[in-house]
Write a protein that binds this ligand. Sequence first.
Ligand code: PRX
Length: 655
Amino acid sequence: MSQLFQPPAAFAKTAHIKSLAEYEKLHKFSVENPEAFWSEQAEKCFWMKKWNKVVEYSCPDAKWFVGGKTNLCAHAVDAQVKAGFGDKVALVWEGEPMPEGKPEIKKLTYSQLLVEVSKLGNVLKAKGVKKGDVVTIYMPMTLDIVVAMLACARIGAVHSVIFGGFSASAIRDRIEDCKSKLVITTDGGWRRGKVVPLKTNVDEGIAEGAAKDLVKTVLVYERIGGDCATYAAGRDEKVAPLLAAASAECAPEEMDSEDLAFILYTSGSTGKPKGIMHSVGGYMVHTTMTAKLTFDLKPEDPSEMYWCTADVGWITGHSYVVYGMLPNRVPCLIYEGAPDAPAQDRFWDIIARHKVSKFYTAPTAIRTFMKWGEELVTKHDLSSLKVLGTVGEPINPEAWLWYHRVIGGNNCPIVDTWWQTETGGHMLTPLPGATPTDPGSCTRPMLGIDMAVVDEAGKEVPQGEAGILVVRKPWPSMLRGVYGNRERFIETYWTKVPGLYTAGDGAKIDENGNFWILGRIDDIILVAGHNVGTAEVESSLVAHPRCAEAAVVGFPHDIKGNGIAAFCILRGAYPQGAEAEALKKELVAHVSKQLGPTCRPDKLFITEALPKTRSGKIMRRLLRDVAVGKDITQDTSTLDDVAALHKLAAAAKQG
Ligand code: PRX
């Protein structure tokens, strides 16, 4: 059932795109004339030499801005200084610890950032890093991680950032896959009042296997100091003394538009991580444009302050903390730590103190905040907020409405942005001044993006029916491949529907033309011949006042082919015995009533935790084993809390 929210009139009036009609006109033009459209966008970016062809495409290989030369760091930093904005604040950082109730805050202007990246660029060069070499970055959320990425981009090195929450074995696998010889890390980082020993993890990661011989140099930033890290002679070095001695002049390397910019590993739901490759020019143009339009960024407005809570180690951080944000000249906030350190209102405290205007976070975080209670929010003044964003998984309408009302004060458009590590930038999203939003829908394709919902033959499915989400035309920031594995690239993205990019998600389009993501195709459950989207059943459960979070999976069922198993985290107290049984029945009946008997869960488990990746995605493949009482023998290396999973599995076995 649609429940449309119009963009607030006052907001729409001054927005970059002001109405649905304007969006529709622009979108039509952009997909009918992609070369003209993207060339106009590219003109707004920094180039050392102009391209001679906008796009060359031979499915699945695209080249964008062919012949063009540029540099991602020069576009993000130098170009802003040259345009006279050297003194403008580019990045604001807040540390997690609050000694005497006050956090440490640091700021970097574009000019200061230019000095920092140039110095580190020179240090890397002195260590023998050359254009095309892969540098591994494993760091906490500090300003240094941004500098490290930009310094690589500046000298033409390819970075592979590993999320700071990953373990030693994840570091080893990734280093070995991309054959990286140099690692940049930090002695440690703060997370929920504790020190995360990052350097020790690197040491363990490269202590054995091929990584041991590969890595010749480890450069270490100090965040904690003291004896947090140990240093291996001949291999490890503190960065600070090297930076102090380095020159602040480092010319940006001239990069071909199609040169490899970075590799970012994505775990996927099965198998070993894939090294997703992105190239320089297309990624630059797409992320710069989408950051501006999706968040309606206004560099000339002094009240702008943007905060994305994603770690820089994920694609969201790459695109919408670093590469897409900096060229838009709106100050970007980076927070080091956890949302509940020292208390569960830290985020709202940060928004109020820094007067954040644009806020971007994940549905899993929003559901956690709902559980923590709205009193923690309402005691802070959040009136600076203008746009709210979400990313990473489908947002259930209940959480959307809470975000809109409690965080946004009923006055902030919500941009529910659908995209992937592979797409590099936003693909489906409302534009805050133009698109009427419908809670739970990521609405329409971005300008220049041609998307559809089709069957396996590539034919569009009728309105309202579930199908495969595809991108029909190449786009600038599309992945250029899976590092070292051409077959996996073709097999994963280009064979399900011949000739079209398949994202791996199921979706449907409603009567208003809005897209609804139904979850991963592998998660769609065929129940008695009907496609049931896990996201729909989860949304329904969370709409019940007693359910805070839910995960739904299929399991083999004698009669229906597949049955539905639901796992629910409760809001409030956990009942026992007969009371718990009554609540389970009530939740099952609630789904059946809301969605019809096909979607009725056959099994329902009440649990205190769900198995999630470190980026907050529920690992349904593990829950499928739990649902049928199987022992967990699958790979759990990217799981956040293994103990919670085993507890859940034991409880499920007992029924
Ligand atoms: O299933 C979709 C889900 O996250 C997947 C991409 O994950 P990743 O590469 O880690 O990138 C996350 C940040 C861009 C997608 O295939 N997803 C992402 N955003 C949404 C979403 N599902 C529904 N709605 C979204 N807004």
